[in-house]
Design a protein around this ligand. Sequence first.
Ligand SMILES: [Fe+2]
Length: 135
Amino acid sequence: MPLVRWSDDYSVSIKEIDDQHKKLFDLINDLHDAMKAGKGKDILEKVLKELTAYTEFHFSSEEILMQNCKYPDYKQHKVKHDEFTQKVKEFEQKYLDGSFLLSQEIVQYLIDWLTKHIKESDKQYSMFVIKANFA
Ligand SMILES: [Fe+2]
């Protein structure tokens, strides 16, 4: 069973970004499923690397959108992205060097951060971007 399901509550009304958020949900669910199924280190490593890479790709897509529209809170938003990217990379690095085990708490942290960020921060910039494009 997936840990989290995407619903319209998470929509930022920009299809490209919604699709990217769905993909992030899928990757976190994959990580959760692989852990629950007791998959080996190679599989977990693969999913974790994909999650890190996709997170970076997704954040840069959002940042380009915000910059293109001169979003006034761009800097604060980018700080949040950078902090999360740092965390995910740290998890990946520690997992790879064997100093750290993935746990349910980690997966829960990822999903809690992402869902809160979408609802509180992404919806704000997306409204601005949508208005700017129709102005
Ligand atoms: Fe964001």
